[in-house]
Design a protein around this ligand. Structure first.
Ligand code: HEC
Ligand code: HEC
Length: 282
């Protein structure tokens, strides 16, 4: 008889579990919904004054970085060669709304990073160069540009399309196929040498180098397979974005990311408390 008596209790527990489960699913959906749209503010709506001047200088700096900051850039790469469309393109590391996410804890340094720290991370790795002091006017101008792009976002807001979505395939990359894809679909612009093209005295590339002494170093995010594959899948070949299969992006990213490039001398300080990603180069 006890089993019959207990039946309502079992139903009750079952329903309770169902309710809890659906709450979980819904809160997850809500978390996704709560990402804000990526909206690029209109620079013409900024009123004239010192802030606007600083924003405009910042725009120039991220576009012509090696020519304007020769002592801080080792190669022939500008910030916007990776942060596409002046740092506004979704899935290409956009800076829209970025100030809302900083300061931020980072596993690579096991510390809280300010926006200036993060920018200097790219100076030292992606640009194979040297950091800027926080009170350097160029740093202030770059931060001013990002502050302008963050208008309308509030602390802790997440933005749709932020970052670079990683691409991870459950198979060994095929370097021969990667080379084939590279020659067929990338070399016309980035050159079969991978060294890209810059014209005359300028170190601002028309087609940026993917490897060699003028490219990003092994400490850069782009030197990691999952990030490189995700970037290429969503953003390359330029003009035909999204046409590569996942396998083509995976193989070609392996091919170019493993080529010779500058070392990163502070690499031994990375991930001091663990959390090193699987695709790290060291
Ligand atoms: C070779 C490519 C490359 C270049 C050049 C580059 N970056 Fe980055 N940057 C990256 C990658 C990759 C990430 C990490 C994105 C991710 O993990 O989703 C990143 C991240 C960032 C972030 C944090 C983005 C976020 O959403 O949290 C900032 C800010 C940034 N870069 C600024 C700069 C600045 C300023 C320059 C020029 C001085 C620059 N970057 C040059 C590749 C590059
Ligand atoms: C039509 C020319 C063109 C083709 C084809 C092309 N790219 Fe690019 N790529 C560019 C340009 C231009 C940039 C810099 C974008 C900017 O500054 O706005 C770039 C940037 C990049 C970057 C980031 C910058 C750097 O130096 O690391 C990577 C990585 C990249 N391309 C990989 C590839 C791969 C892999 C392919 C082939 C699947 C490819 N690209 C095909 C023109 C091209």
């Amino acid at each position: 008889m006890t089993s019959v008596k207990n039946l309502p209790l079992i139903y009750f527990l079952g329903i309770l579990l169902l309710v809890l489960f659906s709450l979980l699913i819904f809160s997850d959906l809500n978390a996704k919904d709560s990402k804000k749209k990526l909206i690029v503010p209109d620079i013409n709506k900024l009123k004239d004054g010192n802030f606007k001047k600083s924003v405009l200088r910042g725009q120039d700096l991220v576009k012509k970085t090696p020519d304007l900051l020769p002592d801080h850039v080792g190669g022939k790469i500008s910030c916007t060669n990776c942060h596409l469309q002046m740092g506004t393109r979704a899935k290409a590391g956009p800076w829209v709304g970025i100030l809302a996410r900083f300061p931020q804890y980072r596993k690579r340094s096991a510390s809280n990073a300010t926006i200036e720290d993060r920018i200097n991370g790219c100076f030292q790795r992606s640009m194979n160069g040297k950091p800027l002091k926080t009170d350097n006017q160029a740093m202030k101008d770059i931060v001013a540009y990002m502050t302008f792009l963050s208008q309308g976002y509030e602390k802790d807001d997440q933005v749709l399309g932020q970052g670079i979505p990683k691409l991870v395939l459950n198979q060994e990359p095929d370097v021969k196929n990667g080379k084939r894809v590279y020659m067929a679909k990338c070399a016309a612009c980035h050159q079969s040498t991978g060294l890209g093209i810059a014209v005359g005295e300028s170190r601002v590339s028309i087609f940026p180098p993917l490897w060699g002494k003028d490219s990003f170093n092994i400490g850069a995010g782009m030197a990691r397979l999952h990030t490189a594959a995700g970037f290429v899948k969503h953003n390359m070949p330029q003009g035909q974005e999204g046409t590569l299969t996942d396998k083509e992006a995976w193989d070609v990213a392996y091919y170019f990311s493993r080529q010779d490039r500058p070392d990163f001398k502070n690499k031994h300080n990375d991930w001091p408390k663990g959390g090193k990603p699987k695709d790290a180069r060291y």
